[in-house]
Design a protein around this ligand. Structure first.
Ligand code: ZN
Length: 255
């Protein structure tokens, strides 16, 4: 099952709890890392020692900017999981995706997201890594050693097993090239990163126009519709979409 951590920071953080332990999805700032740590310590029968890995839905600062801070509080064998393209970014073989629609996509989402910022530390990031601006895209220093990082080879057509409570990882490129989603077929829970956003309580969500490739966003969305039956969608920013069976079909598309 997915726990929604109290809104703190621009992007949402989720904690997946299964018999095997915990997986944390996205930790976007130093303040968020502190909040997630407190949240986990308060979970009945759980502790930070139960965190198996921290998964990033994509390599953007508002989703990775606090991972190291949380990782430090976990056991030495807790790892960070990135999509395999991040390996190429870190080796400087490829640059992170350039994004489009700053005015119509980024600006409204950024304004809405600041609603969830509760303290100064929610704006503090542990490095400049993951800022999609040409001038900063080469800042890739992560505050944890390489041996704490694992890369996952996702394919749009083949869901990849996380080996954790029936969870699968699907490539959902579009917002960025390295975007991924996590899905649990038994519970119908879908954590979709910034592919879909929702800033309305009881809202149905919308495809995010702030993206690297609009066509890829649509393809990933169509691919998800075919592969998964999401009952609850956990977006990268905003409010949970709780729409029962086929929640994806109610998401507002570009057309
Ligand atoms: Zn984001």
């Amino acid at each position: 099952m997915v726990y929604v951590t109290p809104a703190g920071g621009l992007a949402r953080s989720y904690v997946i709890s299964e018999a095997e332990g915990l997986v944390v999805v996205d930790v976007g700032s130093i303040g968020t890392a502190e909040d997630v740590a407190i949240f986990i310590k308060r979970l009945p029968g759980r502790s930070l020692q139960d965190v198996k890995c921290i998964v990033a839905t994509h390599f953007h600062i508002d989703h990775i900017g606090g991972i190291g801070r949380l990782l430090k509080k976990c056991l030495p064998d807790t790892v960070v999981l990135f999509q395999f393209l991040v390996d190429h970014y870190l080796k400087r073989q490829r640059t992170i995706s350039r994004l489009k629609n700053w005015l119509t996509g980024f600006l409204p989402a950024a304004v809405f997201s600041t609603r969830y910022v509760r303290k100064f530390a929610h704006f503090r990031f542990e490095s400049f890594a993951g800022i999609p601006l040409p001038i900063l895209e080469k800042s890739l220093n992560l505050p944890y050693p390489q041996d704490r990082i694992r890369f996952i080879n996702t394919e749009p057509s083949v869901p990849c097993k996380l080996n954790f409570g029936g969870w699968e990882i699907l490539a959902t490129p579009g917002h960025t090239e390295d975007s991924l989603s996590l899905y649990n077929a038994a519970s119908g829970e879908l954590i979709c990163g910034d592919l879909i956003l929702n800033f309305k309580k009881n809202g149905t969500g919308y495809l995010n126009p702030f993206c690297w490739n609009r066509e890829a966003v649509e393809n990933s969305y169509q691919n998800l519709i075919q592969k998964v039956d999401a009952k609850t969608i956990y977006p990268g920013h905003g409010e949970i979409i709780n729409n029962g069976s086929n929640a994806l079909l109610k998401v507002r598309t570009f057309h």
